[in-house]
Design a protein around this ligand. Structure first.
Ligand SMILES: Nc1ncnc2c1ncn2[C@@H]1O[C@H](COP(=O)(O)OP(=O)(O)OP(=O)(O)O)[C@@H](O)[C@H]1O
Ligand SMILES: [Mg+2]
Length: 299
């Protein structure tokens, strides 16, 4: 039995005058999953997120979070949903600590432990004035405020913008731990590797329309693996004549191919020969993602 979605988007459309923000969007995010939301600049990610939280007036459609209506119940939804906006400004003259404590109290939470723990992990100095922080450190303030009330659902609009690679890794680790605790996360991103690393599923949007919603694992399976074998002797190409083996190229003693299935049989066949070297690599998803990004990409 499938669980009820935490976030359920149906036929969501937002027009800015003549400009299409998003059109007829359907998407479900289930409890305990991390859903990545990927798309080029201007694709409609921020529009979708803001419409989900009732922060902008949708043109058409229906959004439910925890079964509550995004518009009518937006206050109740915000109590139960952490949110990192794509752009945010906070009070420059106040200390980070003061701002975070204030925002925490606004969500009706008095326990500061998560705020302190996450700040420590991200090496955010709570005693500095917000206005004096670098871009990356400001982003950390946004991340901490999104998670500090320990809500069950967290929506993040490009969470790692401005973070250095080390901090990104720390943040990914944190996200995985939150998922382990049963949290549900919906995050937009431009970084393919990040989606590949932390997300269970990905939704790709382009020009306001959803292109694909897929399990990261199934996407990788579809991509197949690249197998390179160097034989001691000449190669008989007919040995790769198998379902699920494509793009076989023979260059002297080296055979290169894409294997989408039948890997076991391929290995059995090649092992009947003397092998000097061999490598098997899973494709990165970049190539596939780019086909969805590009004009005329499938979907
Ligand atoms: N306030 C607005 N007025 C008019 N058009 C807008 C407004 N906000 C967004 N748009 C348009 O809606 C479309 C979707 O924008 P949106 O900000 O949702 O994209 P995005 O996927 O978040 O992009 P980015 O990756 O750059 O953050 C774009 O064409 C954008 O120009
Ligand atoms: Mg955006």
């Amino acid at each position: 039995m499938k669980k009820k979605p935490v976030l359920k988007i149906r036929n969501l459309t937002k027009l800015y005058g003549d400009i299409v923000g998003i059109k007829n969007l359907d998407l479900d995010v289930y409890p305990g999953e991390i859903m990545g939301f990927l798309g080029p600049n201007g694709a409609g990610k921020t529009t979708t997120i803001r419409a989900c939280l009732g922060l902008l007036q949708k043109t058409e459609g229906d959004v439910k979070i925890f079964g509550l209506d995004s518009h009518e119940d937006s206050i109740e939804i915000r109590k139960r949903t952490g949110y990192l906006p794509g752009d945010f400004g906070l009070y420059d003259d106040l200390k980070v600590k003061t701002i975070l404590k204030y925002l925490l109290s606004q969500s009706g939470v008095s326990d500061e432990s998560k705020m302190r723990e996450l700040s420590e992990r991200l090496e955010l100095d709570l005693d500095r004035k917000y206005g004096n922080l670098s871009k990356g450190n400001r982003q950390k303030v946004g991340i901490v405020q999104a998670f500090m009330a320990d809500q069950d659902f967290i929506i993040l609009d490009e969470p790692t913008g401005g973070l250095d690679p080390l901090m990104q890794q720390k943040f990914y680790q944190f996200l995985k731990e939150e998922k382990e605790k049963g949290k549900t996360i919906f995050m937009s991103s431009h970084i393919l590797a990040e989606v590949e690393e932390v997300c269970d599923r990905v939704a790709i949007i382009r020009k306001g329309k959803l292109q694909v919603v897929e399990d990261i694992g199934s996407l990788k399976e579809k991509m197949g693996k690249k197998l390179v074998v160097e034989f001691d002797d000449g190669v008989d190409p007919s040995m790769f004549d198998l379902d699920g083996v494509q793009d076989v190229q023979i260059d002297g003693r080296i055979a290169t191919m894409i294997v989408t299935s039948n890997l076991d049989e391929v290995i059995k066949r090649i092992s009947k020969n003397d092998i000097v070297n061999m490598s098997l690599e899973t494709f990165s998803l970049d190539q596939l993602f780019l086909t969805y990004y590009r004009e005329g990409g499938s979907g």
